[in-house]
Design a binder for this molecule. Sequence first.
Ligand SMILES: N[C@@H](CCC(=O)N[C@@H](CS)C(=O)NCC(=O)O)C(=O)O
Length: 209
Amino acid sequence: MSGPYVLYGRPGTGSAPVEAALFMSGLEHRIVDVPKETGSAQHRELLKLNPMGQVPVLILPDGTVMTESAAMLIHLGEHDTGLAPLPLDARRPAWLRAMTFLATNLYNDFLNYYYSERYCGEGGNAGAVKAAAAERIERGWKVFDGIYADAATGGTGILELYAATLVDWNKDIGAFARNFPALAQMAARTARHPDVAGIWQRHGFRALP
Ligand SMILES: N[C@@H](CCC(=O)N[C@@H](CS)C(=O)NCC(=O)O)C(=O)O
């Protein structure tokens, strides 16, 4: 079985870096936009593919279904396109560390922040969960600042697409730019990249100050 990649996504979500990685890799693909509200045909389709009901979901040309944004991006980075260090490249461990840090810390902390009512149980204190998530996000960016400095190659690749997406999820983008100028510059450079600019616009990502 062979067909185009099919990406289930939604503007502004973790499907953005996967979409950009597919485009920059020159891989034939089709996008299925899944509305946030449950009940649509696309949402029912999504639930069959990912019982978590979350985007992104990527269907590979051989029909393999992938969930988990970091797994998709790491997989796409294994194509020889210069968007990521290939396996056994000496830069790969630092790159993998940065990718995994984003997925397991910051992505997750943003979920706690934006879906705080899910993480406190019924009648729980969603405000406290949100406040704790905001603290973890701040600390996560501080740590990531150093991790990214070790992993950066100066180009715009898959790591930058992933990190720049998460940068956009910051509530106060101006404060972020003041606190983390190097990361803000990386995100701004990514947003300006000719292969990325149109996709970022479609996802509604904000321009950095
Ligand atoms: N660990 C997953 C998380 C995916 C995720 O949380 N996606 C969000 C959008 S960024 C979503 O679909 N949220 C809707 C929901 O959870 O109901 C990944 O990295 O792909």
